[in-house]
Design a protein around this ligand. Structure first.
Ligand SMILES: Cc1cc2nc3c(=O)[nH]c(=O)nc-3n(C[C@H](O)[C@H](O)[C@H](O)COP(=O)(O)OP(=O)(O)OC[C@H]3O[C@@H](n4cnc5c(N)ncnc54)[C@H](O)[C@@H]3O)c2cc1C
Length: 481
């Protein structure tokens, strides 16, 4: 049996942050993820906002990790080469909204955040398309935008480069407590570890139940979104929120770190069984349209190129980040709803530090860097010429909308956490994320996956098991029918 110091369950932004931080120590660590890729849960489908930190109640874990995490983003994303921009955020209010903004401002100040209330002239200078009746806003210049799945993938890749292991399509189905730690069973194997970290998101309560830990009551709320074509990118410059209400932060309008515009999310309660379905509803999308119209002018929702939904999992009103009192060596990071993306790097660092101290793991002098990336769409003609000379595949465009080359796709398939599906390629290099949504490049991406993985075209999947895109050859298909 493979023996580890720590096993992390769940390859979201939290689990991969813990794994990466643990790989900064001399340690043997493993991450088990049930899906075909990391970043397949909440960390795939969210707003991608690095919140400044005025929203969470002072003194909570949410407030502490939000502020600490946000401060880590500039250097972390530079180190991991992940799209991130500090664009600032506005909470927009009408005439009667000043008292509520004042509460948020005071909370922000108490949390140590740079925030101030600004009036219409200043708002207009930041956001020329703000709705006519918005007269006040809470301005937080430190807020940012990030690609949540690229961050999750980069954290996992960086951990692997530094000696960690990631096993995909391995759902944890049993955990036995032993004298020295745990034996963790998946559908494919058995692994032992001195410590186990439960970062399983919506599956967290089920994983808790495997060791007899508390079955926390989780609530799940779906958020529906529109993504607009890049040509709309000038319509908004900062992250624009309405005043929050009891359901959450409300419908926002913001640029994305990759140059699109994001509108949403709703907050629709769903039962546990639907927590991983992530389907949009027509009513949800209509609610987004109406929310946007109250906040901004000139937002052309008809330029949407994609709709999607993601599900938040909450337990009570704060994050749970603690070692179990019942089961020694079992660490729980649960109920990580918003601002979980913002908080994740700080949570990862803190949990890794605590575990390293308990297991007396020594810190490495330094971490190995990720291999240098190449993005055709960001490169200069000279850089492209040099790269294509080195390897002509970097001169062959496959995704025309996002200008992604064959070389970038091949590299994604052979990256530290390899892309084995069309969606995994898409999340790494953006092939299929543009206006045509893969209509043009998907067959070509499938051919490359088939060639590089040595599998027939009929076995190439969109995502998880059962999602083969072309499961029959045409003739066989007719025969089968
Ligand atoms: C609509 C929406 C908007 C949001 N907006 C923001 C935002 O703008 N800013 C912000 O800071 N936060 C935001 N959040 C919150 C943020 O997305 C989450 O806090 C964060 O992604 C949680 O990460 P996680 O790793 O805990 O969970 P997940 O990303 O869900 O990862 C958990 C992983 O565990 C795996 N898993 C489950 N069970 C098992 C098992 N038995 N064995 C193996 N693997 C298992 C799952 O497949 C999954 O990959 C938003 C969330 C949503 C849904």
């Amino acid at each position: 049996m493979n023996v580890y110091d720590v096993i992390v369950i769940g390859g979201g932004v939290v689990g991969t942050a813990v794994l990466r931080s643990l790989s900064a120590y001399h340690s043997k660590v493993l991450l088990l993820e049930k899906s075909s890729d990391v970043a397949c849960g909440s960390s795939r489908a969210n707003s991608g906002i690095v919140h400044a930190g005025y929203d969470a109640e002072t003194g909570t874990k949410k407030a502490y990790f939000n502020v600490k995490g946000a401060a880590m983003y500039p250097s972390l994303t530079a180190e991991l080469d992940v799209p991130y921009k500090k664009v600032g955020s506005l909470v927009a209010a009408r005439k009667d909204g000043l008292p509520a903004l004042t509460v948020l401002r005071d909370r922000g100040i108490a949390n140590g955040v740079d925030v101030r209330i600004i009036e219409r002239d200043e708002i207009l200078a930041l956001e020329p398309n703000i709705a006519d009746d918005i007269v006040y806003a809470l301005y937080a210049p430190e807020a940012g935008i990030v690609s949540p799945y690229q961050l999750t993938i980069a954290q996992a890749d960086h951990a692997v480069v530094n000696g960690a292991e990631v096993r995909l399509e391995e759902k944890v189905i049993a955990i036995d407590k032993t004298q020295g730690g745990f034996v963790v069973r998946t559908e494919k194997g058995e692994y032992s570890a001195r410590y186990v970290v439960n970062a399983a998101g919506a599956g967290g309560a089920e994983v808790n139940a495997l060791v007899g830990e508390e079955a926390y009551v989780e609530t799940h709320a779906v958020g529906d979104y529109f993504i607009l074509d890049r040509k709309e990118s000038g319509v908004v410059r900062t992250v624009v929120f309405p005043l929050p209400d009891e359901r959450g932060k409300g419908i926002l309008v913001a640029p994305t770190a990759d140059g699109n515009v994001i509108l949403g999310p709703t907050s629709r309660k769903v039962p546990h069984e639907q927590a991983e379905e992530n389907a949009v509803t027509a009513a949800g999308l209509q609610y987004v349209r109406e929310g946007v119209a109250r906040l901004m002018k000139n937002v052309n929702v008809r330029s949407a190129i994609r709709v999607y939904a993601g599900t938040r999992t909450a337990i009570g009103s704060d994050f749970i980040i603690e070692e179990s009192e019942k089961v020694e060596g079992f660490y729980m990071i649960l109920g990580i709803c918003s601002p979980g993306l913002t908080s994740a790097p700080a949570i990862g660092e803190c949990v890794a530090e605590e575990i390293a101290t308990k297991l007396t793991l020594a810190k490495k002098d330094s971490m190995l860097p990720l291999p240098a990336s190449f993005r055709f769409r960001e490169a200069t003609p000279k850089e492209i010429a040099l790269k294509a000379q080195e390897d002509p595949a970097f001169g062959r465009i496959v995704c025309r909308c996002e200008k992604v080359t064959e070389g970038e796709i091949v590299r994604a398939v052979h990256s530290p956490v390899p892309a084995r599906t069309v969606d995994a390629v898409k999340r790494r290099v953006r092939a299929g994320m543009g206006r045509c949504q893969g209509g043009f490049c998907q067959p070509r991406v499938m051919e490359i996956l088939s060639r590089e993985l040595g599998i027939p075209m009929t076995s190439v999947r969109k995502g998880d098991a059962g999602s083969e895109i072309a499961p029959y050859e045409v003739k066989d298909g007719y025969e089968t029918l």
